[in-house]
Design a protein around this ligand. Structure first.
Ligand SMILES: Cc1ncc(COP(=O)(O)O)c(C=O)c1O
Length: 358
């Protein structure tokens, strides 16, 4: 029987999504995880105001959400001191990646990233048939100088970096980022993924010659609601509006995101909780010979000393019903990655690490 064929680009792609969800492991195990510390979600949950706003919004799902996300964007205008046209709201940063890739990348284009950094971005570059050019980490940090140099050398269409970075957890300050922007050729689009920047003090980037990405999935505790935004020069962002599905950010997520921004104490409260819980996590990891790397995010890398030990710990913890993950590629592949958790999570983790005894 003949069937319709997907495009030539899609036919060549592997049948896989890059992230095996904890739910998939739970189905396989036939039981739930006792501690879910593998996806850098927020154990602190959303703002109570966001919960209230979403609870009200959920009573009226018969109406389409505002395709322009006008109210949410108005709050963003105030927050960033820009205009409405500087923003595009989307279903998570991952959702915005698909629009950036569709709007800007085509077969033959080269896109520069860091080898081993957030893999989901690469997935969308592959999906449109553009070519990835990957630069290694330097001293476990994104190598800004080499990224800019490579962008120039290969006449890249775009260069991507996450700051703070996942999975390393390392960070470059605003001066370093501005210097990096100055080194990248004007023709290259800079995609600056700031999913974890809310955990730190915001830095100023005078230059808007880039797309910056922020999410409500991390500090704001709304990963399941799927809402994020891109900001930058209107001319750079408007192409995303030409191709995005109009109603892709649902009314409930929009209401929750808006209420999160309006809860002015929430961010500092969670920053503090995260700082304390991250400290406890680092101490716990160190106790089990998993030497923690300083992190600017809501997760900590623990050095297991070898890739084999790190892999064994991840697998064995899963058998103890603890979900963590690890980076796949050198130089980070000898680390395990554990998201910040609650005291109860840490008690479960400590007991499991003792049991696993690796
Ligand atoms: C660097 C980075 N960017 C983006 C995302 C995804 O964000 P969102 O939930 O907004 O799609 C993640 C999630 O882990 C991340 O680590």
């Amino acid at each position: 029987m003949s069937r319709p064929e997907p495009t030539r680009i899609v036919s060549k792609l592997p049948d896989a999504i890059p992230f095996v969800a904890p739910e998939a492991y739970e189905r396989e195990m036939g039981t739930k995880f006792l501690a879910r510390l593998g996806a850098n979600e927020s154990v602190f949950g959303p703002s109570p105001n966001a919960i209230q706003a979403m609870t009200e919004a959920v009573r009226n799902p018969q109406w389409y959400g505002d395709p322009l996300s006008f109210e949410l964007k108005s709050a963003l205008v105030t927050k960033h001191n820009l205009t409405n046209d500087h923003f595009v709201v989307g279903p998570g940063i991952d959702g915005l990646f698909t629009h950036i890739a569709s709007a800007y990348f085509a077969p033959g284009d080269r896109v520069v990233t860091t080898l081993g950094s957030y893999p989901t971005f690469n997935y969308f570059v592959d999906a449109v048939g553009a070519e990835l050019v990957q630069v290694p980490y330097r001293n476990l940090k994104v190598d800004l100088e080499s990224l800019a140099k490579e962008a120039k050398q290969c006449q890249a269409k775009a260069v991507y970096l996450a700051n703070p970075d996942n999975p390393s957890g390392t960070f470059h300050d605003g001066n370093a980022i501005q210097h990096f922007i100055d080194q990248v050729p004007d023709e290259t689009l800079i995609i600056l993924d700031e999913a974890y920047l809310d955990f730190l003090e915001d830095y100023e980037v005078a230059d808007l010659r880039l797309i910056r990405l922020r999410t409500f999935s991390k500090l704001y505790g709304m990963a399941g609601a799927r809402v994020a935004y891109a900001f930058g020069e209107p001319e750079t962002l408007q192409p995303l509006n030409r191709i995005r599905p109009h109603f892709e950010v649902n009314s409930i997520a929009q209401a929750g995101a808006l209420a999160s921004l309006q809860d002015h104490d929430f961010k500092t409260k969670i920053q503090e909780k995260n700082r304390l819980a991250k400290y406890d996590l680092a101490i716990l990891l160190e106790k089990y010979g998993l030497y923690p790397l300083a992190s600017s995010t809501n997760f900590v890398l623990g050095d297991a000393g070898s890739k084999a030990r790190a892999e064994a710990i991840v697998t064995n913890l899963r058998q103890e019903r603890v979900f963590i993950r690890k980076p796949g590629l050198a130089p980070l592949d000898q680390y395990i990655r554990v998201s910040v958790g609650t005291e109860e999570d840490y008690a479960v983790l400590a007991k499991a690490l003792k049991q696993v005894n690796l």
